[in-house]
Design a protein around this ligand. Structure first.
Ligand code: RTP
Ligand code: MG
Length: 140
């Protein structure tokens, strides 16, 4: 087991629906620690950096637009294997397919929009986590 940090975002749909507390509750109930937390409306520049790997994909522009549409809660969490562990708490990308018990499976659905609005983001590897934490929390 490795103690890791991961970057979690409660996306604009989750924030708007008042689900920040529910997401934080699940993170804490799992035993992960909150290291940093910030509420902000992301800039286009930050989102372009955050989603650089998806540039050119059909959902890229709607995704960046959606993510900048309102406040998000950015959180750095810490714990043993928390990168994989939070991805497991979040569930599959498509909220219709996400397993019950997961954040997306319990709280998300397909709204028939151009981009999947799936409540949360979680880093997918130690390299991504380090890169993403640098974007959202440059002082860490
Ligand atoms: P995330 O990065 O948000 O934790 O989610 P993920 O790894 O499960 O998904 P990823 O493939 O990295 O995609 C990033 C986000 O883009 C939106 N998306 N929409 N076909 C679609 O409509 C589509 N595909 C991806 C989702 O918001 C996804 O979380
Ligand atoms: Mg991803």
């Amino acid at each position: 087991m490795t103690t890791e940090r991961s970057l979690v975002l409660v996306k604009p749909d989750g924030f708007r629906r008042g689900l920040t507390g529910e997401v934080l509750r699940r993170i804490e109930a799992k035993g992960y620690t909150l290291v940093a937390l910030s509420v902000l409306t992301p800039t286009r520049e930050a989102l372009e950096r955050h989603y650089a790997e998806h540039e050119g994909k059909p959902f890229y522009e709607p995704l960046v637009e959606f993510m900048g549409s309102g406040p998000v809660t950015a959180v750095v969490i810490e714990g043993d294997d928390c990168i994989k562990g939070f991805r497991s708490l979040a569930g599959a990308t498509n909220p219709t397919e996400a397993a019950p018990g997961s954040i997306r499976g319990d709280l998300g659905r397909d709204w028939g929009l151009k981009v999947q609005q799936n409540i949360v983001h979680g880093s997918d590897s130690p390299e991504s986590a380090q890169r993403e934490i640098g974007i959202w929390f440059p002082s860490l």
